[in-house]
Design a protein around this ligand. Sequence first.
Ligand SMILES: [Cu+2]
Length: 389
Amino acid sequence: MDLRVLYHPGVVVHGSRCDVKLPRRKPSPRRSAVRLVLLVVAAVALASCSSVLPQSSLNPKSVETQKIDELWRLVLGIATFIFVAVQLALVVSIVKWRSREGDDTEPRQIHGNTRLEIVWTLIPAVILAVVAVPTLRTLFELRAPAEGDVLRVKVTGHQWWWEFEYPDIVGPDGRPLVTANELHIPAGKTTELEMTSVDVIHSFWVPPLAGKRDLVPGRLTYLKLTPLESAAGEVIPGQCAEYCWLGHADMRFRVFVDAPADFDAWAAAQLEPAQVPTEGPAAAGFETFMGTCTACHQAKVANPDGTVEVVGTRIGPDLTHFGSRATLGAAILENTDEHLRAWIDDPSQLKAMAPELNDLQAGRVLGMPDYGLTPQQISELVALLQSWK
Ligand SMILES: [Cu+2]
């Protein structure tokens, strides 16, 4: 599998350049050591010049992360000032009052100087109090319930994938929009996530758009995302940030920040049922789908006679519009026929899961099993699922 896709979300980025000139001299052991140090410093400096920052919190793309970023810059500024001032005082003291040859008078002792003790206790206390004001203000602003025209999305964490339901985007049949692993939200508008988990604690983390927030079984937690209008068209990778066993590192997702019109078009298309194919490999694939896959997966389908029904069980990701997704397996792979074939053939080869512990009666699923399907059956399923755009 192509691991490069894992870190390239298809976001357009502009490169930046840094030129660092290292001194050229004849090598000697001491100079080699100096060179090595310079090389390390240069490597660190150059690494920080990258503008490819898909998962950096220093790359804010929402109203919320801009607030966090402003606060961070303020605190960094204050801390830098203090650091420089303290280091300067230290260096000056060391140089100016160092012990000199022939002078062994003992310096004045200030131990127990009450005035000094009070001053250097008060100064840090005042600094902390000053920093606390913008910190608390930002915290309260981020925690405040979203107001006005807000898009609500229910997020459910599963070992090891994400379910997204839009309770206010409902089809004529009364069924809300449901999808998995790819969250679409409109730019320039607040989306409020209402999050929970069906198994263990997970954590929703998409650094350019919001701080981290846990998904806790039996509880609801909330997170606001208001992507900047300038972020429209971007695809931002996120992932689970709370260790949740085997597949944790592969519990990823992508946030598609859509221009409002694109979002509406996407939502309308997702509410449509998938067509039940009547001929060709996809029709045979639908037989297998109904026989095997519906034990865990759900799909809203339109039968040839025009009736619409929801088939299957909602234990695994909804597959109604699987063909429209860019990724598969909780955003670990690009959604290509080849990857899908490999996934259906032996899912655990692509992702660490524990299907041997599945207990369908109890509704507990820890991975998709290998059903030992023939290459032909797999091709038919690929044809079916990719036709469900
Ligand atoms: Cu997780």
